[in-house]
Design a protein around this ligand. Structure first.
Ligand code: GLY
Length: 396
C-alpha cells in the first residue's frame, strides 16, 4: 500500500513539473489569444455579414468613429477572407471555413484585373490560402489567371513589375510593397508548370535588390523607372516621412518579400537580404522598448509619434519564417518575433471584445503624409497577426 501511495505521489509531482515546464516554454498564451481573436471576429461577422451583397462589404478600418467597408478593388480586399482562413486553421472550426469560402469567392473577378499590382495581395491572401492549406484544386485556375493579369504589368527591358499606373509625378513607379505580390507568381508556376511567372518574380526581386536599398539596408519606398533601359529616374516616398527615410511598413514588406523569395528559390542572396533587413529593424536605435515601431524609423521618438502595429505584425510573421532558414541566428529571430507578439497581444494593442469596431489590433497607420488612417485598426494588421500566430504554433 505504502509503495502504491509513493508511486502516485511521484506521478503527480512529475505531471505537475511537466506542466510547469510547458508553461515556461510558451512565451505566448497562444490558446487565449486565439480564443479572444475568434470571439472578436465573431462579433465582426455579426456586424458586417448582413452587408455581404452590398458594393462595399469588406471591413478595412475605422473612419469618423464608424467601420469603413470597401469594395473588392480596394488593395486590402483580400485580407478579411485571409484572416478568416487563418481562424479556420487556428481553431479547426468549420464555421470559419464556410465563411472564408464565401468571402474568398466574392473576389473572383479580380483575376482579370490588370489595373494594379496589388492583385497579388488580394488573391494570395484569399484564394492562395485556400489553395495552399486545403487540399482543394478548385481555385488553381484563379491563381494562374491572376498571375497572367499581373504579368501584363511586367516591363521586360527594365525587368520590373509596374506598381501603380503612370501619373504626373512618376512614369513607372515601383514600390517596395510590390515584393509581396511575388508569392502569387511563384505559386502560379508551381500550379501550371509555366516558368514565365517564376522568371518574372525573380527578375523583379533582383532589380529590387539592386536598386531599392541603401547602404544601411533600409529601403526607399518608390522608385521611378525608365521602362526602356531600366535606369532609375527618381527615388521617393509616398507614405514615409521623407524620400530618404525608412517608412516602417516598407521595411516590413521588404523583409517578408525577400524571405518568401528565399523559400521559393533557395537563392542565398535573398536570404542575406532578409537577414540584413531583420537586423536593421531589430537593432534600430529608434525602435521603442516594446518593439512596435513608430510609423517611420526616422520619425521623432516621442509619446506623440504614432506607432504602426501593422508593420510590427508583418515583421513578426516574416521573422518566424526567417527563423526556419537561419541556423545560428534562428533563436534570435524567433525570440524577437515572440517579443513583438507579446506586445501585440497585450491590452495596449489588442482590443477588448466588442471595441475597436471588432478589429483585433489597435494603433496602426495607413498614411501620415496623406492624413489618413492615423492610429486606427487596419485589416492587414489583423491578417499578419493571425498568420504570425499560425506560424508560432507550427514552429513549436
Ligand atoms: N501597400 C500599401 C501600404 O502598405 O500601405
Amino acid at each position: 500500500m505504502k509503495t502504491l501511495s509513493k508511486f502516485y505521489f511521484l506521478l503527480i509531482v512529475t505531471i505537475f513539473n511537466q506542466s510547469c515546464a510547458k508553461k515556461h516554454n510558451d512565451v505566448l498564451d497562444y490558446e487565449t489569444v486565439i480564443q479572444k481573436s475568434a470571439a472578436q471576429y465573431s462579433e465582426m461577422n455579426k456586424a458586417i455579414h448582413p452587408q455581404i451583397n452590398n458594393k462595399n462589404f469588406i471591413p478595412r478600418t475605422i473612419r469618423n468613429n464608424a467601420i469603413r467597408l470597401v469594395n473588392l478593388y480596394d488593395w486590402t480586399s483580400g485580407f478579411y477572407a485571409g484572416s478568416i482562413w487563418y481562424l479556420n486553421f487556428l481553431t479547426e472550426d468549420e464555421k470559419w471555413k464556410h465563411l472564408a469560402l464565401e468571402y474568398t469567392k466574392k473576389l473572383d473577378t479580380i483575376k482579370y484585373w490588370e489595373g494594379n499590382h496589388d492583385v497579388g495581395f488580394i488573391m494570395e491572401c484569399s484564394y492562395g490560402n485556400a489553395v495552399k492549406k486545403t487540399a482543394s484544386k478548385a481555385f488553381d485556375s484563379v491563381i494562374v489567371q491572376t498571375a497572367k493579369s499581373l504579368s501584363t504589368r511586367f516591363h521586360p527591358k527594365a525587368g520590373i513589375i509596374q506598381s501603380w499606373d503612370a501619373s504626373k509625378k512618376w512614369n513607372c513607379p515601383v514600390i517596395i510593397d510590390n515584393m509581396m505580390n511575388l508569392e502569387l507568381l511563384f505559386n502560379a508556376t508551381k500550379i501550371s508548370g509555366d516558368s514565365t511567372y517564376y522568371d518574372i518574380a525573380v527578375s523583379h526581386a533582383n532589380k529590387t535588390l539592386e536598386n531599392h536599398f541603401r547602404p544601411d539596408n533600409s529601403s526607399y519606398h518608390v522608385l521611378n523607372y525608365d521602362t526602356e533601359n531600366g535606369t532609375i529616374l527618381n527615388r521617393n516616398t509616398h507614405q514615409g516621412l521623407a524620400d530618404d527615410s525608412a517608412w516602417a511598413r516598407g521595411q516590413a514588406w521588404g523583409l517578408y518579400g525577400f524571405t518568401v523569395c528565399y523559400r521559393e528559390t533557395k537563392n542565398p542572396k535573398y536570404l542575406n537580404q532578409a537577414i540584413k533587413i531583420a537586423d536593421y529593424i531589430k537593432n534600430h536605435p529608434n525602435l521603442p522598448k516594446d518593439n512596435i515601431p513608430y510609423w517611420d524609423y526616422n520619425a521623432p521618438a516621442s509619446d506623440e509619434t504614432p506607432r504602426d502595429a501593422s508593420a510590427a505584425a508583418i515583421t513578426a510573421s516574416a521573422l518566424y519564417e526567417l527563423s526556419t532558414f537561419t541556423k545560428e541566428d534562428s533563436n534570435e529571430y524567433k525570440s524577437f518575433a515572440d517579443e513583438i507578439m507579446q506586445s501585440l497581444s497585450s491590452p495596449t494593442y489588442f482590443a477588448d471584445k466588442g471595441t475597436n469596431a471588432n478589429f483585433l489590433l489597435k494603433h496602426s497607420v495607413g498614411s501620415i503624409p496623406h492624413g489618413v488612417e492615423i492610429d486606427v485598426p487596419l485589416n492587414y494588421a489583423d491578417y499578419y497577426f493571425l498568420e504570425a500566430l499560425y506560424r508560432y504554433k507550427n514552429l513549436k
